[in-house]
Design a protein around this ligand. Structure first.
Ligand SMILES: Nc1ncnc2c1ncn2[C@@H]1O[C@H](COP(=O)(O)OP(=O)(O)OP(=O)(O)O)[C@@H](O)[C@H]1O
Length: 218
């Protein structure tokens, strides 16, 4: 689904932050992406989301060399990827329901075509009772589950989660991990960037380890 070949990335004239990365993210796979702070996890997530271009090497996403994808095509390809950020990035003046529905509303979809999907998805993440509340009254774990639901509303083939358990307590971290594992069992490929060793020990999965800009996979 995604293929990296000898990928290097530098910001501006700085040193190479990522070097000689060659790997695949297969369909329906599950992997953790880890490494010390500053190792380049977020940078690699941005390459996977096509919000950065490599400075050398090849990134092929859904069969396309990303350096050849035009501006107008990019949003269409990105729709196939869901993304969850550590700081949630919810809109505080919209309800839980409206936050999750937003990607569809922005695209001009009619509410009758998605209302029940949004509610079903919110039930799936355990927020069936929190549909009409605003993010400021939600706990960190609830906000993160809203962010996950929003990332999933378009049924992406790949979910990227950057430190999804960084702002929640350990029981909630386990709950979020189990949601992502369940999602993967339903066929979505998952990449979780994390520092959290305890979390990784809870689920046997491929580990992509970044150190000094290089990647090791175990
Ligand atoms: N926009 C940018 N411009 C210049 N340098 C950057 C930029 N973003 C990241 N870097 C540098 O690239 C390196 C990798 O950063 P990145 O944020 O990808 O690491 P990380 O592994 O996600 O770190 P953390 O775990 O602390 O979030 C760091 O040295 C960082 O300073």
């Amino acid at each position: 689904m995604i293929h990296f070949e000898n990928v290097g990335l530098r910001y501006g004239m700085g040193p190479e932050v990522l070097r000689d990365l060659t790997f695949d993210i297969p369909k329906e796979s599950f992997q953790f992406l880890t490494g010390p702070s500053g190792a380049g996890k977020t940078t690699l997530m941005r390459l996977l989301f096509m919000s950065l271009q490599p400075t050398r090497g090849l990134v092929r996403t859904f069969g396309r060399d990303i350096s050849t994808i035009g501006r107008e095509e990019l949003p269409l390809l990105r729709r196939r990827i869901g993304i969850v950020f550590q700081d949630f990035r919810l809109l505080d003046h919209l309800t839980t329901y409206e936050n999750v529905a937003l990607p569809l509303r922005v695209r001009g979809k009619d509410e009758t075509s998605y209302r029940s999907d949004v509610i079903e998805l919110l039930k799936w993440v355990g927020l069936g009772e929190r549909v009409n509340v605003l993010p400021p009254v939600l706990s960190g774990g609830e906000k993160q589950r809203v962010a996950i639901a929003r990332a999933l509303i378009d049924r992406p083939e790949l979910l990227l989660a950057d430190e999804p358990t960084g702002n929640v307590d350990p029981p909630m971290a386990r709950r979020i991990l189990s949601l992502l594992v369940q999602l993967n069992k339903l066929g979505t490929a998952v990449v979780i960037a994390t520092h959290d060793l305890t979390l990784m020990d809870r689920f046997e999965a491929r580990r992509m380890i970044l150190a000094d800009g290089r990647l090791e996979i175990i």
